[in-house]
Design a protein around this ligand. Structure first.
Ligand code: SF4
Length: 518
């Protein structure tokens, strides 16, 4: 046996039920399924999955389903075997009366077990005219293959309970929905019938194969295993450490000298010529100044700044300001007149250069009451003066938001248009004059802040919150909107957001100072 592989643990209890999560893991990688069933690493807690910092349901999410089904009965998620049995019994009792119910009735979190050892919790069971309707509810605009697998498993389990099913599908967010307010979310979801694709999923065979897999030895690593890529299996594999795979290439050091830094097409040519990293590519082989600059920085292991940036900055008369916007898009819009995923600016932060070299900080942070866009735009128009550059990084983001606000609010449009013309992109200046080897070819705000201004800490955001960690301003702001939150908790989250805004502006100032150092 390969000593780099973990030894098989004891076989799991034969009666331990399979679940939707087991199926998702097995379909992604049988080894992942096996490790989990044999006591591997715990699954990543909900809300901390990779990518969760970019997805926000919104404070109205819990209301939304109830608005569609006024007779909704919501069952809490069972944790222990006893709680599962209670939930299964309760589901069974609720279904006895299904004929007496109308179309507004549904069960959220209905639990079932099958005689072939599967236990599932269905997002939504509603009443149809000829049988039950099963739905996977996603706060997303599209479903995944894993969603279809899950629904196929639910259908299998419900069928083995000898219940008549009329249909099964997904409930997805309809991006055309405009929230009218007052908790009216009827129309937020659109239903997608999965009948045409469910028949092609041999769930019975999968269950047999999963049982066989967990009784056998640890499976080999499958080709194309989704070890560290986001996947339908819920993101990077939580069994990475338990799996015993050797360290993956490229290492961090390799990434910093990767040929891909000069672009994939050129990197492919260089590889074909026998080069393996930027260290061994002669500078005369690189014809683009930006590529030569990156190669010089990599070869010498120090940042390279070329003349021109300081002169360009000197052409911009002050006073200088450094500006950052934060926006959020909710799957379930919380404010009347807004739509799912509409980009809503909720915070701006700005440092203003003062005579004598000191800096004054200002900003705006929206409350919870209503669409904050007009207040955001008005405060911006009032606070940023009428002259001097507004430095931002990847400034198209700030410019586009200002443009959208000007289009929405006629009363502010002239002043917002004037602001937009003053926005200066630090990214463009940096790209044309600078390279830091720690960027490893990445020009994202996070990568640049980490490489150029790590001492400001603007590349990180972390707030401990109700037993989990919020890793983005979006998550913190969304948490601050939760209904019934004590004022002190709202204040704590707002302070974290304001502090992040200060760090962000300080990092932008640091980039400007670096560019002026030539
Ligand atoms: S690390 Fe890769 S091979 Fe190992 S269990 Fe996870 S997905 Fe499978």
């Amino acid at each position: 046996m390969d000593s780099s592989q973990p030894a098989p643990g004891p076989a799991p209890e034969a009666v331990s039920p399979l679940s939707e999560d087991d199926l998702r893991r097995w379909r992604a990688c049988p080894r992942r399924f096996w490790l989990q069933r044999h006591g591997g690493a715990a699954p990543v807690p909900a809300g901390e999955e990779p990518g969760a910092d970019r997805m926000v349901d919104g404070p109205g999410a819990a209301q939304a389903l109830r608005a569609c089904y006024s007779g909704l009965v919501a069952l809490p998620a069972p944790m222990t075997d006893d709680e599962w049995q209670v939930a299964i019994d309760l589901t069974e009792r609720l279904l006895v009366d299904v004929e007496a119910q109308d179309e507004s009735w549904a069960i959220a979190g209905a639990c079932f077990a099958s005689d072939d050892g599967v236990r599932v919790r269905i997002d939504l069971v509603a009443r149809g005219t000829t049988g039950l309707r099963l739905f996977r509810v996603r706060h997303a605009t599209a479903g995944t293959d894993a969603d279809v697998d899950t629904v196929a498993l639910w259908l299998h389990v419900v069928a083995r309970n000898v219940l008549r099913v009329q249909g099964a599908g997904l409930m997805l967010i309809d991006t055309g929905f405009v929230y009218p307010g007052h908790g009216c979310y009827a129309g937020l979801f659109r239903e997608v019938d999965l009948a045409p694709v469910l028949g092609g999923r041999p769930v019975g065979d999968w269950i047999v194969a999963m049982r066989r897999c967990e009784r056998a030895a640890l499976p080999a690593v499958p080709l194309g295993a989704p070890c560290d890529a986001a996947s339908g299996a819920g993101g990077p594999c939580e069994q990475l450490a338990a799996c015993g795979l050797p360290a993956r290439e490229p290492s961090l050091a390799d990434a910093a000298a990767s040929l891909d830094i000069v672009g994939r097409e050129l990197a492919a040519e260089l590889r074909a010529e026998g080069h393996v990293s930027l260290h061994d590519v002669p500078l005369h082989r690189l014809t683009v100044a930006r590529h030569r600059r990156a190669a010089r920085a990599v070869k010498h292991g120090v940042p390279v700044l070329e003349p021109g940036a300081a002169a360009a900055l000197r052409t911009l008369p002050g006073p200088r300001r450094w500006l950052r916007f934060e926006t959020i898009g909710f799957a379930v819009p919380p404010w009347a007149g807004t739509q799912p995923y509409q980009g809503l600016p909720f915070q701006w932060s700005c440092d203003l250069e003062q005579p004598g070299g000191s800096v004054a900080h200002g900003g705006f942070l929206a409350g919870a009451d209503a669409d904050p866009c007009h207040a955001f735009a008005a405060s911006l128009a009032e606070s940023l003066g009428s002259e001097g550059p507004l430095f931002a990084y990847n400034a198209g983001f700030e410019r586009n938001r200002i443009c959208e606000l000007a289009a929405r609010f006629d009363d502010l449009a002239p002043r917002l248009d004037a602001l937009r013309l003053r926005v200066v992109d630090l990214f463009a200046l940096l790209r044309d004059h600078y390279y830091h080897p720690a960027m490893a070819g990445a020009w994202s705000l996070r990568a640049v802040f980490q490489a150029v201004a790590p001492e400001e800490g603007a590349h990180e955001f972390e707030v401990a919150w109700q037993g989990r960690t919020l890793r983005s301003p979006l998550q913190a702001y969304a948490a601050s909107l939760e209904r019934g939150l004590p004022a002190a908790e709202v204040w704590r989250l707002h302070e974290a957001l304001r502090e992040h805004g200060r760090r962000h502006c300080a990092a932008l100032r640091r980039i400007t100072a670096v560019l002026e150092a030539a």
